[in-house]
Write a protein that binds this ligand. Structure first.
Ligand SMILES: [Mg+2]
Length: 369
């Protein structure tokens, strides 16, 4: 398949409500949307880097540079047979996984459209619905948290993730557990603790959490092993898994019992599939993490979460959770049993709204024929 042109748009979308984690508050979301054209077909991908290098060293600006100067010229110069090739082909660029993943996703979409199959089919998905949960940012008070959890349960979410940080952990999680004794609950620390906090983190064992996510440093695998040995609660790694090799190492070391797969963090959908397979071979369940994606990234994530080992609730909420109006139609809405339907139309299976996309575009560049 030969790509005719590539368009990269820098967008900014207002979030319905500010989202607070252990590293800060976001009230709008910047991202890059990559559109690749092959004849009449267009494939879309989303670069999930943020405006600031807080979750990852990548930003929309670094990703724009990597796309403009390396990935786009490579795509326009060389055809590919199958989008799964791109992961290996772009290994010459070290890191910059979010930039790679956005470009690769657009190629998967256009390739799947050309085959007349859905992204889920292209990736080997087997589920008609993806199991999803909601992630709640840090709230101003425990009362406010309980209200938000109650609203999420009322809305139909079967799993709630609570963001924690030092001083906002055991008491808050305990209060939620007391009020919701049977709800699937998990906590995400976004690397806010150190191994010295093991006694405190051990207190979370009392609450029957499905997992505690990335408690220690964003680039650590080794200390997590020491922590997991002390905790009954499964540790899930997020920030520190950037490749299938990292996943294999973390599993063999015993650093985690669950892995959160984000295509942007690991370099794309092909790397995500390989991590999924490695985890499946070792009996380690996976789920798909969220980066406040627009409907474009969300559609790719829903397709990924249709693979068989995505047995835990993914952080893929309905569109209205984050945005007043999404970039795609139909929007994603929550179905029964805390699921989102996996689109079955060609490619990502949702239509990108050109006017809406134009309205949120800050800058765009198109290269090619
Ligand atoms: Mg996380």
């Amino acid at each position: 398949m030969q790509i005719d042109s590539v368009e990269v748009r820098h967008i900014r979308m207002q979030l319905t409500a500010p989202f607070e984690t252990s590293f800060g508050v976001e009230s709008d979301r910047e991202a890059l949307i990559v559109a690749v054209r092959v004849g009449e077909l267009v494939g879309y991908g989303e670069v999930v880097a943020s405006a600031a290098p807080l979750y990852s060293y990548e930003t929309v600006q670094t990703a724009g540079h990597i796309l403009r100067d390396f990935l786009v010229p490579d795509l326009l110069r060389r055809p590919f047979e199958h989008p799964a090739e791109l992961d290996g082909r772009w290994a010459f660029i070290r890191g910059h996984n979010m930039a790679k993943a956005g470009a690769e996703a657009a190629c998967w979409d256009v390739w799947a459209r050309a085959q007349g199959i859905s992204m889920a089919q292209a990736l080997g998905g087997v589920k008609a619905e993806a199991l999803v949960g909601i992630s709640l940012g840090i709230q101003p008070s425990i009362e406010a948290t309980l209200e938000r959890v109650a609203a999420a349960v009322e809305r139909g979410y079967g799993r709630v993730k609570l963001k924690i940080k030092p001083g906002w952990d055991v008491e808050m999680v305990g209060a939620v557990r007391e009020a919701f004794p049977t709800l699937a609950l998990m906590a995400d620390a976004n690397s806010a603790y150190t191994l010295d906090d093991a006694p405190l983190l051990k207190k979370l064992d009392a609450f029957g959490l499905t997992m505690v996510e990335q408690p220690l440093a964003y680039d650590d695998i080794f200390d997590h092993r020491k922590l997991q040995a002390q905790l009954a609660t499964p540790i899930c790694l997020d920030e520190s898994i950037h490749s299938p090799a990292h996943a294999a190492a973390a599993i063999e070391l015993g650093s985690c019992r669950i892995i959160n797969i984000k295509p942007g963090r690991v370099g794309g959908l092909e790397a995500s599939r390989r991590i999924h397979d490695i985890c499946a071979e070792h009996g380690v369940p996976v789920w798909c993490g969220g980066m406040l994606e627009t409907g474009i990234g969300r559609a790719h994530n829903v397709a990924l979460a249709s693979l068989p080992n995505f047995t835990l609730h993914s952080d893929i909420s309905e569109s209205a959770r984050y945005y007043h109006q999404d970039l795609v139609e139909p929007e994603f809405v929550l179905g029964g049993n805390s699921t989102l339907a996996v689109p079955n139309g060609p490619g990502i299976g949702v239509a990108v709204l050109a006017e809406r996309l134009d309205a949120v575009t800050l800058a765009s560049q198109r290269v090619g024929r």
